[in-house]
Design a protein around this ligand. Structure first.
Ligand SMILES: [Zn+2]
Length: 201
């Protein structure tokens, strides 16, 4: 009975509860209809989190949050696809920006490894180094880490455990069920993409 009532309430007031925890409203794909997308999102969601992937993206995400207070929230991170192109000085400045916005953000991300896009061994090495630094930053700021680990979940999980990360979401998890269970046993979250309907493991 209780479940039925709760479920009815949830459906009736779904926009009070539903949060999109990972989107990229700052991406150029939304250039033409960003305002419209946000307007539509407000009808179905109570909040959404837009995740910044690199420094320029971060500035835009913070701006969107400013314009949509208490609805749009932001995480700031260094996506592995972009991490291979950043130099030390730019990264240092970006980390300063993230630190100075500690109170304005809800996580560090997205960060991680991407062996689909990054295959060159030297670039993989660089992206691992930057991922490590991002994990340390998440620890320092006491914020959850939003992880992008494409074809790299095992390596990424090991690094997350090694850095003793307190809170993390393994975004768009596409690994095996057993690994998802191990991740959850460590107290982390996984988010499952729609491709799960094609996954038999
Ligand atoms: Zn993303």
């Amino acid at each position: 009975m209780f479940v039925t009532i709760s479920l009815r309430r949830l459906i009736k007031n779904h926009n009070e509860y539903m949060i999109d925890t990972h989107c990229h409203l700052t991406f150029k794909q939304f250039e033409d209809d960003r305002d419209e997308v946000i307007k539509t999102a407000r009808k179905t969601l109570s909040k959404l989190i837009t995740c910044a992937a690199e420094p320029g993206d971060a500035i835009n995400a913070l701006g969107l949050q400013e314009e949509n207070q208490k609805f749009i929230y932001v995480t700031l991170g260094m996506h592995p696809k972009f991490a291979v192109d950043i130099n030390d000085k730019e990264l240092e400045e970006y980390f300063e920006l993230i630190k100075s916005n500690r109170k304005n953000i809800v996580g560090v991300g997205e960060i991680g490894l991407d062996y689909h896009w990054v295959k060159d061994p030297l670039k993989v090495k660089k992206s691992k180094k930057i991922f490590n630094e991002c994990l340390l930053l998440a620890n320092e700021l006491k914020l959850p880490a939003v992880l992008h680990l494409r074809n790299a979940i095992e390596d990424g999980f090991e690094m997350v455990l090694d850095k003793d990360i307190k809170s993390a979401v393994f975004h768009c998890f596409s690994g095996k069920r057993q690994l998802a269970e191990q991740i959850c046993e460590e107290g982390y979250y996984v988010s499952i993409p729609t491709s799960i309907v094609r996954n038999k493991t």
